[in-house]
Design a protein around this ligand. Structure first.
Ligand SMILES: [Zn+2]
Length: 301
């Protein structure tokens, strides 16, 4: 009997992964699970982006559902420990899969999923990037569930007397699908990957001018909390790291472009040493410089 029970425990542990999620209080009704400043791999199994929830009195609003079905299921267990409420809505801040593959769990609770209209163009993949990089045990149960409610410019929800504004950036910034969620009663805005902290942002799918423009708008908002997609800084100054990095990157590349330096030299020269100890510097600094060069070069013509 004992060995039978032991083997059940073993099989179960092989079939799932414990993310060890701990909700951290942002304000009275807002909590986040903060991801690690790492690339997705078989150790963190995608726990490298932020997923937050807001207690709206009679239900939870979830902002970004996390990297897998199991992550979301484990997150909801923790949410229920705080207060046993259903989830009315999930907002996907953009199309990167570390932020929305958890949708596949929340739809089983009857939650409605809201996202950018850019999701309509997103293909269902044979294998997602997340799936290729994390363990099959952690990915188990995950399917590609897209939003069914789309935001064009702005969508306003009124839940239990609280207004939730979901705004589309409406131009390419971090991606072509960026939304942010503003809740005036909580003095908070959730901005997805428009804001990174404690790691360098990636420009791979973005536009440096559009991104800086979006951040300028966010800086003007009258809020106490700004919660990004990566990193634990959530005060008003949370924007500054990403803004300053992108602004310096743009200025340095632009100066060299105007001096007639070619792309290979610029990629080698724009080191921005201040950032060299920040996670992801070694893997994406050169790529960010190259992407910026190509964008600004195009702009010049
Ligand atoms: Zn992203």
């Amino acid at each position: 009997m004992k060995s039978f029970l032991l083997s059940i425990v073993l099989v179960n542990s092989l079939l799932s992964f414990d993310y060890k999620l701990q909700p951290e209080e942002v304000s009275k009704d807002v909590y986040c699970f903060f991801g690690l400043p790492e690339v997705m791999d078989e150790h963190n199994n995608g726990n490298m982006s932020n997923s937050c929830f807001v207690n709206l009195g009679n239900s939870y609003l979830v902002i970004d559902s996390g990297p897998t079905y199991q992550y979301a299921a484990q997150a909801y267990k923790k949410m229920k420990n705080l207060k046993n409420l259903p989830v009315s809505y999930v907002v996907d801040t953009h199309i990167h899969d570390d932020h929305w593959l958890g949708n596949s769990y929340y739809v089983t609770l009857g939650a409605k999923i809201i996202g950018s209209k850019a999701f309509k163009e997103l293909p269902i993949l044979d294998q997602t990037r997340m799936q290729r990089r994390i363990s099959p045990e952690a990915y188990k149960g995950t399917t590609q569930i897209f939003p069914t409610i789309f935001v064009n410019k702005e969508k306003v929800l009124e839940i239990n007397g609280k207004k939730v504004y979901i705004k589309s950036v409406n131009h390419k910034a971090h991606t072509n699908s960026d939304l942010y969620v503003y809740i005036p009663s909580e003095k908070i805005v959730f901005v997805g990957d428009l804001v990174f902290n404690q790691r360098l942002p990636s420009l791979r799918d973005g536009d440096i001018n559009g991104w800086l423009e979006a951040l300028k708008q966010i800086k003007k908002m009258s809020v106490t909390y700004i919660v990004g997609g990566h990193g634990t800084n959530i005060d008003k100054k949370a924007v500054d790291f990403t803004y300053n990095y992108l602004k310096t990157l743009k200025d340095e590349v632009k100066k060299r472009l105007e001096d007639g330096e070619d792309i290979a030299d610029v990629v080698n020269d724009v080191k921005m040493k201040k950032y060299k100890d920040i996670p992801f510097y070694d893997s994406i600094q050169r790529q960010n410089v190259e992407t910026t060069y190509r964008m600004l070069e195009w702009e010049d013509e």
